[in-house]
Design a protein around this ligand. Structure first.
Ligand code: G3P
Length: 325
């Protein structure tokens, strides 16, 4: 049995990409997108028809309103683009697709709630139930509060850009469906900060971070699922075999399916239940303090939001060019 099939015995495998064709090749259960992945896919020639459809639908949506500004129109087009990619992906995967809220709203609880509801309504117009969508939101304090409200309305959320333990605890306390700790970006930070070129899997700070969160959640009976994300190697993926879900880029999925290496289960919910792990109480003050005291999480969260926002801006400029051509 190849390594990917072995992994699938213990973890749900998710494809982390906007490239629809590559999802079809790897047959994952779910798929995740983010603004950078959508921006990349939108500029691939094979998806030009999806971009055209998003422009036409966006124009139709705001056309009735008097004098829509170009910014208003572009924002409507970006929402439709995410939804159109999501709809195509849902024709392939049997499970759910994660669609990200505009990263520029990361510190605005109200606007995040509104955007989440709006994205769900667009999917529902196409007959897709909210059970098949995860609204992806950055794990800021405001993002977590917005997710808590959306979950109370039955809208499931995936809290992303998660680097610190305090973020993970706050997400679980808020009752979010799923979190995405960023294994590879944590490793990137530590390699740079410590001036080392590699870590063994036993010491990999990204892998250890997910193990710690997984054990804490299972020990204290939280329902929030853990989905390891942002992998730099197949070894990092297999080191987390047993995690609830793992979202993996197509190149690594292909590498795993071409390997026969053994993949033992590394994370075990029953073992975690017997561990002696102290429960921590988190409120806004302690959330902000824990984040502030964790240089890696502080820097990576800020950088991640900036990166997604920049990619959205460049996608928006690309769309503006198409609109005006
Ligand atoms: O799912 C998270 C992932 O898309 C981020 O990956 O490689 O940009 O750190 P990466």
């Amino acid at each position: 049995m190849n390594s990917l099939d072995q992994l699938k015995r213990h973890s749900i495998i998710v494809a982390d990409t906007g490239d629809i064709d590559s999802i079809a090749r790897n047959k994952p259960q779910d798929a995740t997108t983010n603004p950078s992945l959508i921006a990349k896919a939108a500029q691939m020639p094979q998806y030009a028809d999806l971009v055209e459809e998003a422009i036409a639908t966006g124009r139709h949506d705001v056309g009735g309103k008097s004098g829509p500004t170009e910014l208003h129109l572009l924002n409507a087009i970006l929402d439709h683009l995410s939804v159109i990619f999501g709809l195509r992906i849902l024709r392939i995967v049997p499970g759910r697709v994660s669609v990200e809220v505009d990263a520029r709203l990361s510190f605005d609880e109200h606007a995040t709630v509104e955007k989440g509801r709006h994205l769900i309504s667009l999917f529902e117009e196409h007959g897709i139930s909210k059970e098949r969508i995860l609204i992806k939101i950055a794990s800021t304090w405001e993002g977590i509060r917005a997710a808590e409200r959306l979950e109370q309305e039955g809208i499931h959320c995936n809290l992303t850009l998660l680097f610190g333990f305090g973020q993970a605890i706050a997400c679980a306390d808020a009752g979010v469906t799923l979190i995405s700790p960023f294994v590879g970006r944590i490793l990137d930070w530590f390699k740079k900060a410590k001036g080392v070129s590699s870590y063994s899997m036993e010491d990999d700070p990204g892998v250890l971070s997910v193990q710690r969160i997984f054990n804490y959640y299972k020990r204290h009976g939280y329902r929030t699922q853990v989905m390891g994300a942002s992998f730099r190697s197949a070894e990092q993926v297999t080191a987390l075999c047993g995690c609830d879900l793992l979202t993996v880029a197509p190149a690594l999925l292909t590498e795993l399916s071409g390997s026969e290496a053994e993949v033992p289960k590394r994370l075990d919910a029953d073992e975690a239940k017997a561990m002696n792990i102290e429960r921590l109480e988190i409120d806004e003050r302690s959330f902000r303090w824990m984040l502030n005291q964790d240089a890696m999480a502080t820097e990576k969260l800020a950088e991640g939001i900036r990166g997604f926002a920049n990619d959205l801006e460049s996608l928006s400029r690309y769309m503006a060019k198409l609109l005006n051509s």
